[in-house]
Design a protein around this ligand. Structure first.
Ligand code: ATP
Ligand code: MG
Length: 581
């Protein structure tokens, strides 16, 4: 039986409920981390659907990462059951790809258009500019704001035509082409506005100009648009996102209602207090307010650790995890003293390790492998960039008629037969076949839909929220997520704030964005937060001795507790010691 509308509102506080119950028109939900923005969004949509105000097919929900879209979909399915299936829940790029799939011919593409990978892009850019160096410059310009000099603009045009000759679009095209299509054809734009009468955008603070243009084409100024976000979590400015769009929402949609949420359900009072102090110098929200109401029973302090180098830091994390799960926590953060009290009840999947740069994950993974700590890492590699996957997909084009899953199987089989002698390749091909199959099975796409879905996302090891493994994530990838235990490693100048050359050359704007990123990291933690740094670290091949991150100075000392390696060894039971060596 479908849930009754009222029961969907029962799990919301009065402000969240007011937001969820708002009948229509533009709505802005502005609130800090852990205040239930995403929860309010899902309950609002579910409520509107069960109440009959809107059908699932008329709802479009947009987020920024595939992981976040998957989570939204999951939360909606648990609220709505079957009904949720008719909704479009996607990323901006996914939305663009869908519009292109529906109108490929107008963009000069065929039904089988594909998304260019880096090799295609580099080749096309090199060809039209005549040199690899100029080609790189072209791609950089294109991915940023585009060049304003005429020669560059002409080169970019030529690059686009070159991609089109091969029936390719790149990531930027996925947004730009739909914008052009809808701008040129008001009737088409209107048909999309009729189709998606309710649009919600989570993490609105990270929207960029092209995404914003697309959104404007899909909504009337008084339309049913819900924008949700936290300007203090704007972390994609370096990539062209502009928090200004968030700040001027009520100007762009003059009839908008604004709802503020101030109760944090996620983190302990200690973590909320530390986070509030951290963000204060860079906050974009006047009179920011955040009150911890969820994890009030856990008095844990924030664990601070200084390691000799990155290997020692990684082994500190591995040992701490072993302690936390073994119930023999040697540094009970609760009592503020070293103790044998266990923390109990935790498992690997409750823990995440956050870092600023992907390179830092090497040391962590190596320590985890040695210690036998199971982990999963989100990689930004796309499935389609794997040669074996590419081969399977190319082969698919030759298989017609049969259902997609059959075609994937047949393609894999034929390739394996053809390359029988190359054992490594055959193994890769089998893995590739297995990797792409679930994608097809799940959604039953047509071939072009399948190919673009494959190219779009499907990171090689996308995080599985149900796996009982420690999650390794960059701070950027951690947005929107939460974990009972968080280790934020590498709290050093040069990494936080990040700088290519070491400390000292970070602009004020960049430093503010880095501070917001640190704030995002701190606020992922529900119960326990560890901040660690290394005295010595190898960066780009040379050893550096970084200062402590200036952001650490914002964390009040009385909220923290030093945890060191010595205490780690002292209380260690023998059997575990072996496994950890
Ligand atoms: P972020 O800014 O990090 O994306 P958010 O504002 O989207 O955070 P949610 O992820 O929606 O926050 O919620 C944070 C946690 O608080 C979730 O575990 C959620 O289930 C819980 N929560 C939110 N509102 C309530 C509530 N009214 N009662 C109980 N738990 C709640
Ligand atoms: Mg959220």
């Amino acid at each position: 039986t479908p849930p009754r509308p009222q029961s969907l509102l029962a799990g919301l506080d009065p402000e969240q409920r007011a937001a969820a119950e708002r009948p229509g028109g533009p709505l802005l939900i502005v609130a800090g981390p852990g205040t239930g923005k995403t929860r309010t969004l899902t309950h609002r949509i579910a409520h509107l659907i069960t109440e009959g105000t809107v059908t699932a097919a008329e709802c479009l929900a947009i987020t920024f990462t595939r992981r976040a879209a998957a989570e939204l979909r999951e939360r909606l399915a648990s609220l709505l059951g079957e009904q949720a299936a008719g909704m479009t829940v996607t990323t901006f790029h996914g939305l663009g790809a869908q519009i292109l799939r529906e109108h490929y011919e107008r963009a000069g593409l065929t039904e089988l258009f594909r998304i260019a990978d880096d090799t295609h892009r580099t080749a096309a850019a090199t060809e039209v500019t005549g040199s690899e160096r100029e080609g790189r410059r072209l791609l950089a310009q294109r991915d940023g704001d585009g060049g304003d000099d005429d020669a560059m603009a002409a080169a970019i045009d030529a690059y686009e035509r070159r991609l089109r000759e091969d029936d390719l679009v790149d990531f930027r095209d996925l947004l730009v082409l739909p914008v052009r299509l809808l701008e040129a054809d008001e009737e088409l734009a209107r048909s999309y506005r009729r189709r998606w009468r309710w649009i919600s955008v989570d993490e609105y603070q990270d929207i960029d100009e092209t995404q914003y243009a697309l959104l404007r084409l899909l909504t009337e100024p008084e339309g049913n648009i819900t924008a949700i976000g936290d300007p203090d979590q704007a972390i994609y400015g370096f990539r062209g996102a502009d928090v200004g769009f968030f700040l001027r929402f009520t100007h762009d949609f003059p009839t908008a209602t604004t709802v503020r949420l101030i109760r944090n359900y996620r983190s302990t009072p200690t973590i909320v207090e530390a986070a509030t102090r951290v963000i204060a110098p860079a906050s974009l929200v006047p009179e920011r307010e955040l009150r911890a109401v969820g994890q009030v029973e856990t008095p844990a302090r924030i664990g601070m650790h200084v390691a000799a180098d990155e290997r020692a830091e990684a082994s500190f994390v591995a040992r701490s995890i072993d302690r936390l799960l073994g119930g023999t926590s040697w540094h009970s953060l609760d009592s503020g003293r070293v103790s044998d009290e266990g923390d109990g009840g935790l498992s690997f999947g409750d823990i995440c390790v956050l870092y600023r740069t992907d390179a830092q994950s090497e040391a962590i993974m190596s320590a985890f492998n040695t210690a036998g700590v199971p982990f999963q890492k989100r990689s930004h590699d796309r499935l389609l960039s794997r040669p074996a996957v590419r081969m399977v997909v190319d082969e698919l084009a030759h298989q017609t008629e049969a259902p997609l899953t059959e075609r994937v199987r047949a393609a894999t089989r034929q390739l394996c037969e053809r390359h029988e002698r190359d054992e490594k390749l055959v193994t890769d091909l089998r893995t590739a076949g297995e990797l792409v199959l679930p994608l097809a099975g799940e959604h039953g796409w047509d071939l072009s839909g399948f190919l673009s879905a494959l190219a779009l996302g499907a990171e090689v090891d996308a995080l599985d929220p149900r796996a009982d493994r420690v999650a390794l994530l960059t701070l950027h990838a951690a947005k929107g997520l939460e974990y009972p235990v968080v280790f934020l490693v590498g709290c050093e100048a040069g990494l936080l704030p990040f700088s290519f050359t070491g400390a000292g050359d970070v602009t004020e704007a960049a430093e503010a964005e880095e501070r917001r990123l640190f704030f995002v990291g701190v606020t992922r933690a529900q119960q326990r937060l560890y901040l660690s740094r290394a005295r010595r670290r190898t960066r780009r091949g040379s050893a550096v001795e970084p200062e402590s991150s200036p952001f650490l100075a914002s964390v009040p000392a009385e909220l923290t507790m030093a945890v060191d390696e010595e205490t780690a060894t002292r209380k260690r039971p023998k059997d575990r010691q072996l496994r950890l060596m």
